[in-house]
Structures are given as C-alpha cells and as structure tokens.
Design a protein around this ligand. Structure first.
Ligand SMILES: [Zn+2]
Length: 186
C-alpha cells in the first residue's frame, strides 16, 4: 500500500529549510504556476481514535503534530512514512491550498509563486468547541505575519472544515492541569 513519495512530489518545487514562521518550512525551489500540484500529503492512514490515543495536545505548549484529518474516518499521520509535505507551515493568507481527492490530500499552488517564497496553506484545524482562548491563541497560535492573520491555526469559527486535525482536549482535561513540560516545536 505504500505510495511512492517520489512521484508524489513535483520536480524541484519544494526545498525544506528553517522558517521564520515555525521550525522548518517548505520553500519554492523554482517558480511555481497557479494550480500546480506540488506534493501529496502522505503518511500512515489511521482512524481518529488512534490519532487521539497517539497524541495528546494537552501535553504540548504549542501544537505540533503532523496529523491531517481527511474525513470522518481517516487521519493521515505525516510523522509515520510521511514526506516533505509535513514541513509546510500554516499561514492565514497562504499561497497554497490542500485539495482532497478520493481521500488523498494534495498541496496545490493557489497563485503564481516566486522562487524562495515559503509555501504555506491554511491548516484550518477543526475545532471541537472546547477550546479556551488560551488554546486558540497559544497552543494553536499563529504568527504567520499576514495582515489578515487571525492569530490561530484553528479554522475560523463557523467555517470549521475538517482539514488539519486539532485534537479534542475534552478527553484530557485532567492532564491539562498537570501541564507537562513543553516539547520543542519540530
Ligand atoms: Zn496567521
């Protein structure tokens, strides 16, 4: 079932290096045309239940998993057998977008992109309704620098689509109090 990560990446489009936004990021290795499919978001395909067991957002100071919620059944964990796509950062006014096709996820250019630009897409993490302001702006905080930055990588209130997966914290409320030490992002 392993999908080739070579084929999943557009030739020369993506360079991974340190990002001002967060940790590592993906940058345009050449000019990219609007609509170009750059890379497939791959990784282990697991259920939401397995993803919830695997990662505990409440134990993180800043959210940093490589989960992508494809639909109600499938979550892709880019940390397992993933490719460079997992390094793409969130931005509130991004130059790329995640397109879901037959439960596969592809990152495509939303506009023409110059060589060297950081490639980002809107994670629009799903909310589960239990997020506090602290969660929204710290755990899931955004510092993308866009004029329209909404300050969080969570989906805008109403519009919440199931894209990237923000794990429900309801299950781990007790652990939140204990506040385990922060893990470094990436
Ligand atoms: Zn932002």
């Amino acid at each position: 079932m392993a999908r080739s990560t070579m084929k999943a990446t557009a030739q020369g489009a993506l360079v991974i290096k340190r990002s001002k936004i967060a940790g590592r990021g993906g940058f345009a290795g050449r000019t990219i045309k609007k609509g170009e499919r750059l890379i497939e978001y791959v990784g282990e395909r697991i259920s939401h239940a397995v993803a919830d067991d695997r990662y505990d957002d409440a134990s993180m100071r800043r959210h940093h998993t490589f989960l992508f919620a494809v639909n109600r059944r499938v979550v892709i964990d880019g940390a397992v057998n993933g490719n460079e796509s997992r390094w793409l950062n969130h931005a509130c006014d991004p130059n790329c977008e995640a397109v879901i096709e037959k439960s596969r996820v592809f990152i495509e250019a939303k506009r023409d992109i110059r060589t060297g630009e950081e490639l980002c897409y809107d994670y629009a993490f799903e909310r589960d309704g239990s997020e506090t302001d602290e969660d929204v702006f710290q755990l899931y905080g955004c510092k993308c620098g866009a004029k329209s930055c909404r300050g969080t990588i969570l989906a805008p209130m109403k519009k919440a689509k199931s894209k990237k997966k923000a794990k429900a914290k309801t299950k781990s409320k007790a652990k939140t109090k204990a506040k385990t030490k922060a893990k470094a992002k990436k």
